[in-house]
Design a binder for this molecule. Structure first.
Ligand code: GRF
Length: 196
């Protein structure tokens, strides 16, 4: 049985597309995109899912408290029999209730360029991590680094990081779906070599 992936997004959906491409090409083997959910109407990511004939739902979150919204999400996800949830630009924190239901089965990706330019760092990058109750701080599956150049703008640096995100997220999903890892405290121990 192919593993069933759900993607939660709020906007553009370029990471969703990277995952969908990787499933279609077999880079993520034995998997299918079962459901895409947006909490925002008109999210371009939803149009992208529709064009690919991937089941999608818009479940607006405006005005709803965190747990009330998460119950709606769970009601949509559970009948879909989802094995892994990938947050991809999903602009909402998930409640402990939701996280407990899908413990160690939720991934998120985020860039680390916040304030990087002003701070003067030489390298920035992105992280794929399991989602736990802490903000952007669950056990890390994979990270990628990109150089920061003297003439970078926020936009040029974000573009460089985003290109890495699109490579990194499918690799992380592939690892997690393969089951070839162990979570030990904050560390994710990979049981097979990571190709770059
Ligand atoms: C990405 O930078 C992702 O890391 C962050 O939000 C952005 C979403 O972009 N969490 P997209 O919707 O996947 O194009």
């Amino acid at each position: 049985m192919p593993k069933r992936i759900a993607v939660l997004l709020s906007g553009r959906g370029s990471n969703f597309e990277a995952l969908a491409d990787a499933v279609a090409s077999g880079e993520i083997p034995d998997a299918e995109l079962a459901l895409v959910i947006s909490n925002r109407e008109g999210a371009p990511g939803i149009e992208k899912a529709q064009r690919r004939n991937i089941p999608c739902r818009v479940i607006p979150s405006r005005g709803l408290e965190r747990e009330a919204y998460d119950r709606l999400l769970l009601a949509a996800l559970e009948p879909a029999g989802v094995d892994l949830i990938c947050l991809a630009g999903f602009m909402r924190l998930l409640s402990p209730l939701f996280i407990a239901r899908y413990r160690e089965r939720i991934l998120n990706i985020h860039p680390s360029q916040r304030q990087a330019l002003e701070y003067g760092v030489r390298y920035s990058g992105c992280t794929v991590h399991f989602v736990d109750e802490s903000l952007d701080a669950g056990p890390i599956v994979l990270q990628a680094v990109v150089p920061v150049y003297d003439d970078d703008t926020v936009e040029s640096l974000s573009d460089r990081i985003l290109a890495e995100e699109h490579r990194l997220y499918p690799r992380a999903v592939r690892i997690v779906l393969s089951g070839r890892y162990r979570i030990e405290g904050r560390r994710v121990r990979l049981l097979e070599p990571v190709e770059s």
